[in-house]
Design a protein around this ligand. Sequence first.
Ligand SMILES: [Zn+2]
Length: 476
Amino acid sequence: MKRSLLGAVLILTLAMPASAAMQQLPERPEFSAEVMRYVGYDAPEIALTNVRVVDGTGAAARENQTILIRDGRIAEVGDAGTVRMGTNAEVVDLAGHTVIPGLVGLHDHSYYTTSARAVQMSYTGPRLYLAAGVTTIRTTGSQEPYAEINLKKDIESGRAPGPRMFVTGPYLTGENGAPSMAQLTGPDHARRVVKYWAEEGVDWLKAYTWISRAELAAAIDEAHKHGVKVTAHLCSVSFQEAVEAGIDNIEHGLLTNSDYDETREPDACSPNLMASVAELDMTGEEVQATFRAMNEAGVSMTSTPVVFEMFVPGRTAMDDRTRAALSPEAAEEVEAAAAQIEERGGISEELFQQALRYEYAFVQSGGLLAAGVDPTGYGLALPGYGDQRNFEILLETDFTPEEVVQIITANGAKILGIYDEVGSIEAGKLADLVVLEGNPVATPSDIRNVRWVFKDGVGYDAAKLTEAIAGRVGRS
Ligand SMILES: [Zn+2]
C-alpha cells in the first residue's frame, strides 16, 4: 500500500530542529523485496480483535479488545464489538493473544561481542530486534558509527527491515578508554568530536567509563547546542557529578554509580565501586540524594539487568533460541565464557538483587526508568531476546507486569521525545504493536512468544525474521 509520499516529504522538510521537545518521525516508504519477505499484514485498515491489551501506560490489562489500525496509525481501541470498522478492514481474530506496544530499547547496540569477537550486526541485528518486538532502538555507543548511520538510512528508506533507530556516534571516553572509542584529551577535544558527529546526524552521544568531569561537561554543552542529547556508562564520574554536568540519561544503574565509593579519586575509575554499593540501604539518605538530584534535573535511567545477569553464577545457561540464533563458533565462545563464570564467580546473586532493588527504588522516588539489552559482555544476551529477558528479570522486583511493560515501552519513548507518536496503545499514535501468544501478565515468559510485530501499521512475521538470522549471529 502506498501512503502519502508528499506528506512524508513535507514532514521531513518542515521537521522541527532536534532541540524541540518532540521529534518528528519519518513515515513509511516503499519497501524493497527484502523487506516484503517478512511482511504479513499491510492493508489500509486492519482490525486486531478479541485481544488482551496491555497499553503501556501502566494501566491494568484489558480483556476482549479490538485495536483498529488505519493508515499506519491506531484509529481506535476499545471493547470488541464497540469498535466500528470499514467493510474492507482486514480482520485478524487474536483470541488467546496479548498486544503490547512495540518495545523501545534504549541500550540496543548495532554490534555484538563475545570474549573473542566484536561484530557489526548490520544484517542480524535489525531483524532480531524486530522479530523480538523491538520497534525502536537507541544504539547507545557505536563501534562503527557510519555503519549505523547508513543502516538507519536503509531502514528509513525501506531497503532493509528493522526498528526505528536513534544513533549515538562513537563512545566518548578518556585516555584509558578502549581502542575503538574517541579517547578525549580534554574539553576542547570533546567539543570538536561532538560537533563533528552532531553535524553527521547522530541523535545522541554516549560517554564512557574514563571520561573526566570537564570533558563530560564540555561534551554535553556542545551536544545541547546542536540539539543532541547525552547518556553515559559512568565510573570515573559519579551519577551526581554527571547530573551537575547536565547529562540527560544514565545507563546501567547501581553497578556503575561511584556516588557511594569513598575510596575513589576524582576523574578515575575505582576498583572498589562494586564493593561500595553492596550494603547500601535503598531508603537511606545516600541513595535518595542521588535520586533527588536526578529527578530534580529530569535525568532518566536505563536498566540493563540482562547484561549483568550473564556474570551471575547460576544464571548463565544458554536457552535454545539463543543457541539457534548464534553461529556455531560464537556459541562455543559464549559457552566457554559462561563456564568460567560458573567456575570462578562473577557478580553475586545478592549484588544482582541489590542492583534490581536500586532500580525499583528509583521508580518509587519518581524516577523515569527505561530499559535496553546491551548485547555485549561475553555474548549471552542477544538483541531483542535480551530486551524480552529484561521484562522477566524486572518482575523479580515488586513491579507489576503492566509497570514493566511501561518501562520497556512508554518510558523509552518519553526519554527519546517521541511519546506523542509511539510507546503506548492509544488512538492517534503510530501502530507499533507486538502480538504475543498467551498472556505475559500471568506467565512472564509469554513475552517471548511473538507472533506479529507491527511497525507503522505494517505487520511483520516474527518467525520469518527469526528464520533469516538462524546460525548467523556473531558473523554479520
Ligand atoms: Zn553498552
